[in-house]
Design a protein around this ligand. Structure first.
Ligand SMILES: Nc1ncnc2c1ncn2[C@@H]1O[C@H](COP(=O)(O)OP(=O)(O)OP(=O)(O)O)[C@@H](O)[C@H]1O
Length: 269
């Protein structure tokens, strides 16, 4: 069972056991506060929905967890370690992968090569190893290609591996991005609106693949406006508004919460 949601200060002085533990995060941009005291935990194997009206601060929270933004204050712990000052690359190595609302693959690169860009830096990228141990480097590259192919099969894009990524539809690009982040074997995955702009058939595929990943033990934090998807996938939902937690509970309870309804109707923003 995960610790309850709270926005009080310094409630977890020690590691909490959660895969992701965001503590009292604040992010100010010039003249505006996008996240203003947000805490949440993601437990091992959990799939949690993060909802809230436009501008609530959900994507900014993802950016803080993934490390593309540094918090004004507050802490981010991943797998029991304070990563607040770590680079995005180190956070990937710590086990967090994130997707974007609008994926930006390398359009002229093949689908397979796009997936390979998600591999953690390999020895082959170090000149000295290339020179001293070419056989080892070759085996690593072969293993990476096999893994990328298996992931393309998992996301149902195998038939397109040699095509340039520009031929993919919006939904297929989301699946490609999922395969790319899986190359780094993340324990926790942050999905930013996987349903947005995706046709219904591919949406089912995305939902199935996300369910399969969770069944494999991946912890998943899902930003999504599609409440049907959230209700089908998540057992716990956190609602935020104005950069803060607003409600937490089962999808049905949160959707019926008057403060959440009010926030969506524009009452609190
Ligand atoms: N780099 C930035 N500079 C200035 N303001 C920003 C920046 N990034 C986000 N904001 C502002 O922070 C607030 C929260 O934005 P954010 O994108 O996190 O919300 P969101 O909940 O993800 O919204 P949506 O559901 O529309 O994607 C918004 O008012 C936004 O304009």
């Amino acid at each position: 069972m995960s610790p309850p949601l709270t926005n009080s200060v310094d409630i977890h002085p020690r590691p909490s056991g959660a895969v992701i533990d965001a503590r009292n995060l604040v992010k100010r941009f010039d003249g505006m506060t996008a996240v203003s005291g947000m805490s949440l935990t993601l437990g091992a194997g959990e799939m949690v929905g993060l909802i809230g009206p436009n501008g609530a601060g959900k994507t900014t929270l993802f950016n803080l967890i993934a490390g593309s933004l540094k918090p004004t204050s507050g802490e981010i712990w991943i797998a029991g370690r304070d990563v607040s000052q770590d680079s995005p690359e180190r956070r990937i190595a710590s086990g967090v992968g994130r997707t974007f609302q609008i994926p930006r693959p390398f359009l002229e690169m093949s689908v397979l090569d796009n997936v390979l860009t998600g591999a953690q830096a390999q020895d082959g990228e170090r000149l000295i190893t290339n020179f001293l141990r070419p056989g080892h480097v070759h085996r690593q590259e072969k293993a990476a290609i096999e893994k990328a192919r298996a992931l393309l099969e998992f996301v149902t894009l195998s038939g397109l591996e040699s095509q340039p990524a520009r031929v993919l539809s919006g939904g297929q690009r989301k699946l490609l991005e999922l395969a790319r982040i899986l190359m780094a074997d993340p324990a926790a995955i942050l999905l930013d609106e996987p349903a947005a702009g995706v046709n219904p058939a591919l949406l089912e595929t995305i939902m199935e693949r996300v369910t399969a990943l969770n069944a494999q033990g991946k912890s998943i934090l899902l930003i999504e406006h599609n409440m049907d998807m959230v209700s089908r996938l998540c057992t716990r939902v956190v609602a935020m508004a104005l950069g803060k937690p607003l409600a937490e509970g089962s999808p049905a309870d949160v959707a019926a919460n008057p403060a959440v309804i009010e926030a969506y109707l524009g009452g609190t923003i």
